[in-house]
Design a protein around this ligand. Structure first.
Ligand code: HEC
Length: 158
């Protein structure tokens, strides 16, 4: 009866393997792989929950300041409205993101690219990390007003 423990072990292995063959939910494997970041499925971010930035009225004073900052702080080197440069096209950005998300992206791009699912996906698409331009919170808010102004169709864009 020397072979008994061996066949027992085989039987046990068969049971274990059968238990493992249950199909894994696709999402658990996809979420942990880097390839998921580059996929076409829009990423979901906790910072991006709630009303879009464009849903609140534009502050016209801040909007003017934001327009200047956009040029002075180098944003316009990588971004414009209506086409992609080295960075994403910012047309419609205030309609696709929350103000909170945009603010974090402006103030902490290096952190966003590590932690935020949307920024990770953008980074995978553009193959470039947005640099931290050293803006203050107030300046980031002014830029958001400028983006809202750009996306406001009822406005005549002076
Ligand atoms: C060197 C090029 C570069 C500069 C300068 C730059 N960005 Fe970016 N920006 C990027 C890239 C690349 C991404 C996407 C990848 C990432 O998240 O890092 C991005 C992403 C963004 C996004 C998110 C776009 C979307 O579709 O959701 C916003 C908003 C943004 N930038 C605003 C700014 C503002 C405001 C400034 C100036 C203070 C600025 N950027 C300066 C390259 C740049």
């Amino acid at each position: 009866m020397r072979h008994r423990p061996v066949s027992f072990a085989i039987a046990l292995l068969a049971i274990v393997l059968a238990g493992c063959s249950k199909p894994e939910p696709a999402s658990t494997t996809a979420a942990s792989s880097g390839a998921a970041a580059a996929s076409a499925t829009p990423a979901v971010s906790a910072l991006d929950a709630g009303p879009r930035a464009a849903e609140s009225p534009v502050d016209e004073v801040l909007e003017d300041e934001g327009e200047k900052l956009f040029k002075d702080k180098g944003c316009s080197a990588c971004h414009t409205f209506g086409k992609k440069l080295t960075g994403p096209d910012l047309a419609g950005v205030s309609k696709r993101r929350t103000a909170m998300w945009i603010e974090r992206q402006i103030l902490h791009p290096e952190q966003m690219v590590k932690e935020d699912p949307i920024a990770k996906q953008l980074m995978a698409t553009y193959m470039l990390q947005m640099p931290n331009q050293g803006l203050t919170e107030a300046q980031a808010k002014a830029l958001i007003e400028y983006f809202k102004h750009q996306d406001d169709e009822s406005d005549d864009k002076d």
